[in-house]
Write a protein that binds this ligand. Structure first.
Ligand code: FAD
Ligand code: NAP
Length: 532
């Protein structure tokens, strides 16, 4: 009989997990506490307990060719960067296309997941659900946790002495919906991740003044990158990844900083990160630099302390008469239905092999999907994680021994620090990580071989965007439309903005581009050979 799997959550990750289970013949049931699919992308007017919450103006920060599932391109007519309501339509389309909804039990919250007494031999779980105030339980052979990682606000009030005296209002950005109530107010936003930058720029239109305080600064990228293409179509390539790792670190860092400072000098805008070589997630924001140059957002360092009405910063400056503080200080992870000891290490941090499997379980029958953070979109990442996880459940793929997994995690931790700095998030390099999981499933594209058999495709795979379709090009789970989707990805990108016929536009000289590629490739090869 087919193994049974409980998938918890029907957001991006849960939908991918459910589909991957069904693909390999597992008998999956998905439990979703809300009444529809979409997770975080299903906007609600009010914050709900135990679920992520977004503001009204959220747009994707990955473009449509990079933020789709690998086997279902986003419709041609959708814009490159999508408002949350449009991206939600895509998720609904995905659920419909693969006929997933009939396997989902809506308005059903999982409240407990426990090992069964005979877990060491069966690997089975007791799962308790609650719907309409009634509880129900069931036994499952495996569990996939897809409950999201932007649910529990990190509100580090202890880091901000005097906040208890502050007479104004303070909130975490999870409770921010739109700028209406901030009209004419003096607002301090603390934390410059994507939420902080978005909210500060949005408020700058209506608030009397916005201050944006950042502890360590960050690089700010525009969604619109070289020649007007989406940043990730240009930057998230195998070629860039190859250069990053093959060049001496100092040269690679220099090139990275040069690229980041191309549009404006981050020092002059008080944005520059303290450690400029780290590849932690940049801020994707097209407006922040304009707000700063127009003075509607004023950058400040970390807050040292609050008084009744003001904020005093670490450089000794102060801002008086602050009405509201919005802490955009990120999120912490929690799985309240599960014993922490299963997923957390001795430092009380979530520690999983490849960001998916708890390394110390007697049987590999529990997987977390969607936790790892990288520059890539979550849909392809969750799809690849889920495809690997279900193959571990079926026995088609094997995990290394517990000690090897722990060793690997320790080694990766060191590398993570060197590239991404000290952080609680599980940051990783998109291309390297995805290829690693693909190789576990025997589904990684053999690029040298592809250059011999299909050079046109190989060229696009290496030099073009590392789009999701690449992860269903070969091997188990292959999608037959992948080649065509890869070769058409630029056309679809351009189509979305070319909504008016323009005559007489000059054609670029492709030979010049070719020449540039060869020159840069030769140069990098020469540098590598010299540095050996
Ligand atoms: P979620 O979307 O959070 O879905 C989890 C689901 O699980 C929810 O439907 C919830 O109701 C359900 N659930 C939770 N607990 C239970 C339970 N106990 N029982 C039953 N159901 C449960 N990522 C990108 O790739 N690109 C972006 O542009 C991007 N923009 C973002 C913007 C914002 C403001 C934020 C906060 C995050 C953004 N992210 C982005 C990251 C985002 O987390 C992912 O896009 C994605 O939503 C994660 O999907 P998920 O399915 O893992 O989690
Ligand atoms: P985040 O990326 O974790 O950023 C949190 C910020 O808070 C960081 O700048 C961090 O500073 C700061 N911070 C944390 N603790 C602090 C402390 N004690 N004192 C001072 N500063 C502190 O969180 P987020 O911005 O909410 O983003 C969460 C995820 O959602 C990200 O993956 C992001 O890409 C995504 N998102 C996407 C969009 C979109 O446009 N599509 C919009 C919003 C969010 P340090 O850098 O110094 O640690």
């Amino acid at each position: 009989m087919a193994k049974t799997v409980a998938v918890i959550g029907a957001g991006i990750s849960g939908l991918a997990a459910l589909k991957c289970c069904l693909e390999v013949g597992l008998q999956a049931t998905c439990y979703e506490m809300s009444d529809a699919v979409g997770g975080l992308w299903k906007f609600t007017e009010h914050t709900e307990e135990g679920r992520a919450s977004i503001y009204r103006s959220v747009f994707t920060n990955a473009c449509k060719e990079m933020m789709c599932y690998p086997d279902l391109p986003i419709p041609d007519e959708y814009p490159n960067f999508m408002h949350h309501s449009i991206f939600l339509q895509y998720l609904q389309l995905y659920a419909k296309h693969f006929d997933l909804s009939r396997h989902i039990r809506f308005k059903t919250k999982v409240i407990s997941v426990k090992k069964r007494p005979d877990f060491h031999t069966t690997g089975q779980w007791d799962v308790v659900m609650e719907m309409n105030g009634k509880q129900e339980s069931a036994i499952f052979d495996a569990v996939m946790i897809c409950t999201g990682h932007h649910v529990y606000p990190n509100l580090p009030l202890k880091s901000f002495p005097g906040i208890e005296k502050f007479k104004g209002r303070y909130i975490h950005n999870k409770d921010y919906k739109d700028p209406k109530e901030y009209q004419g107010k003096r607002v301090l936003v603390v934390g410059m991740g994507n939420s902080g930058a978005d909210i500060a720029s949005e408020l700058s239109q209506t608030a009397a003044q916005v201050f944006l305080s950042t502890r360590s600064g960050n690089w700010v990228m525009s969604r619109v990158w070289d020649n007007g293409y989406p940043w990730d179509m240009v930057y998230l390539t195998r070629y860039e990844t190859f250069l990053k790792y093959v060049l001496p670190r100092s040269l690679s860092d220099w090139m990275y900083q040069k690229m980041m400072n191309k549009r404006f000098n981050h020092d002059n805008y008080s944005l520059a990160p303290l450690d400029r070589s780290l590849r932690k997630e940049p801020v994707f924001n097209d407006y922040l630099s304009t707000c700063i140059i127009c003075g509607t957002v004023v950058m400040k360092p970390n807050v040292k302390e609050f008084t009744k009405t003001s904020a005093i910063f670490e450089d000794g400056t102060a801002q008086e008469n602050i009405d509201t503080v919005i802490f955009a200080t990120g999120y912490t992870y929690a799985y309240p239905f599960l014993d922490d000891a299963i997923v957390k290490d001795s430092n009380n941090e979530v520690a999983l092999y490849k960001g998916v499997f708890p390394p110390k379980l007697e049987k590999p029958t529990l997987a977390v999907v969607g936790l790892v953070q990288s520059l890539g979109g979550i849909p392809p990442t969750s799809d690849v994680q889920a495809r690997w996880a279900v193959r571990v459940f079926t026995g088609e793929c094997k995990l290394p021994s517990n000690s090897s997994m722990l060793e690997d995690m320790e080694e990766k931790q060191g590398k993570k620090k060197s590239w991404f700095g000290q952080s609680d998030t599980l940051q990783t390099d998109y291309v390297v990580y995805m290829d690693e999981l693909m190789s576990f499933m025997g589904a990684k594209t053999n690029l040298p071989c592809l250059f011999l058999t299909d050079p046109k495709l190989a060229w696009e795979v290496f030099f073009g965007p590392c789009s999701p379709y690449q992860f269903r090009l070969t091997g188990p789970g292959k999608w037959n439309g992948a080649r065509k989707a890869i070769l058409n990805q630029w056309n679809r990108t351009i189509q979305a903005t070319k909504t008016r016929v323009v005559t007489g536009s000059p054609h670029l000289f492709p030979f010049f581009h070719l020449l540039c590629f060869f020159a840069v490739s030769l140069l990098s090869l020469a540098i590598v050979l010299m540095s050996k």
